[in-house]
Design a protein around this ligand. Sequence first.
Ligand code: GLU
Length: 547
Amino acid sequence: MDYQLLAELLFPNVTETPDEVQARFPYRNLPEGAVVTRMAPSPTGFVHLGNLVQGMISERMAHQSGGVLFLRVEDTDAKREVPGAVEVLIDTLKHYSINFDEGATHDGDSGLYGPYRQRQRASIYHVFAKKLVSEGKAYPCFCTEDELTAMREQQEANKENFGYYGKYAIWRDRSIADIKAQLDAGMPWVLRFRSEGSIENQFKFDDLVKGKLTITENDIDNVLLKSDGIPTYHFAHAVDDQLMRTTHVVRGDEWLPSLPFHIQLFQALGFKLPKYVHIGPLMKMDGTSKRKLSKRKDPELALTYYKAEGFPVDAVREYLMGVLNSNFEDWRRANPDADINDFKFSPKKLNPAGSLFDYAKLTDVSKNVISKMTAEDVYSQLLAWAEEFDADFAQKLASDKDFAISILAIGRGGKKPRKDIAVWKEAKPYMGFFYDEYLEAPIFDKKFDKTIVKTVLEKFIAGYDPADDSAVWFDKVKAITEQIGFTSDMKAYKADPAAFPGTVADVSTFIRQAVTGKPNSPDLFTVMQILGKDRSLARIQKIIASL
Ligand code: GLU
C-alpha cells in the first residue's frame, strides 16, 4: 500500500508539515520542574464541583511550580454545546480565583499557543492526521451507521468485546482502489487509528495520583477524525497537549479507560507523553454507603448553588483544599492567618479512590472563615451577593454603609469571634431586624401575663440611659427583675423553679423581643447602641402600645 498516496488522496489541501506546525508553537522557556497544565472543559453550560476541584489542583500545580495554567475549550462535540457556556465557565472559574495565564477569554483568545478552541484548530489536526496516514498509522473507514450497528449486535450475540478491531475492522486493509472508488462516489468517511496493540499484552504505567497501574493494551481502531473532519477528543487532546507544551494532564479518572489508547496515540505521533494526574470522583454519604455526587440527585454539585447560597469563595476553597490534601488542616492550625496559596499542595496526597464531600463540614469551615473576616470585608462580600440575589436587602445595606458595618462588627475580632453565619443567605435572618422594614412582631411567651411584659418595658424605658456601660445597663435590668418579683439568682431558680414566677433571663427576653422582634439576637446592649436611643425606645413604645 502506498500510504503517501493515500495521505494525498485524503488530505489534498494540507500542505504544512508537522515540523512546520511544531515550530509555530515553540517550547516554553520555563524553570526546571515548572508544570504546564490546562483545564480543558467541554462547554456544556454546567460547571460543577468536579471542575473546581480539577481547576484548583491544576492551578496549584502550575503556579506553585512557576508554570502555566491555560484554558482550552474542547468544543469538538457540537451537539453538546450550549450557547454562552464558555462565558459562564470563564466567569465561574474566575469567581473561584482560578486565574488562567492564557487561553480562551470572553473576547477571543489570549496567549501564543492558540487558538484555544478546538473547532478553530481543525487545520492543525489535519496536518497530524495526514502524517499518521502517510506512515500507515491511520486509515479511512466508510462503514455506515447500519453496518456499525450490525457489527455491535453480532458482537453482543457472540459475547465478544465491542468495537472496531480484528475481523471487524473491515476497512483496515482495503486497497487504494477500493478507497478511491468510495471517495470518488462522495461517500463519507471517518479516519481511524490503526492499533498495533493486543489485549493479551499488559504494561506498567505511573499515574501521579493512582500510583503504579497495570494497563492492558488497546486493540481498537478508534476514530480520530469524524466525517465532518472534526477530531474526537482523543486525537485533539493529544495534538493540543503536544503543541501547547503541556507537561501534566490533570483530569477525572473517568478517562482512565481511554489511557491505553492515548498512550498509543502519543507514541504513534512521536509526541512526549505528559504526566497524568487522574483524580478520583467526589462522593457523598447516602445513608450508610458512599456514592458519587450526581447531577440529577445533588443540587450541591453545581457551582451556581454555592454562589446562590452565598458561600464565600475562600470558604469553598478552604474546605476543598482540606478534602484534597489531608495535611492541609494541620497546616492551617499552624498557620491560621496564612494565604491558602502558601500551602504546598501535593497530588500524591490525593485519595486515589476519590474524596468524600461533606456539606456540614463545608458549613463549619465557612462559619470559621466568615468569623475571621473584617466587618468591612464581610460587608463588601455580602453586598455583592445581595446585589445579585436579594436586591431589596442590597439596597438597605448600601443605604447606610457605616450602620451595616457596625452591625457586622458585633462580636468580631478577639480570640473567640462569633460564628453566626455560614452563608450570606443567612445574613438577613440574622441582622434584618436592624432595619425597620424587616422587623417582625414579637411573640411573647404565653406563660407570662401581658401586663408583666408591659411593666417591664415601661420600667426599662424609664431607666434607660445610652451613656450607661453594659454593666450598669444590666444592673438596671436586674433591678427591674427584682421589682416585679422575678429572680436574678439563676442558681436559686434552678434549684427550685416553682418558687419564682420568672427570672432575669425572661426579663431580658421581653426587652430583646421588643427591640429585635426575636427571642435570640446578638448582645442586646450592643444592638441598642447601634440602633441608637431614639429608634430603640420607639420600638419598645410601639410594643407597649400594642399590649
Ligand atoms: N474535554 C474533556 C472533559 O470535559 C477534558 C478531559 C481532559 O482534561 O483531558 O472531560
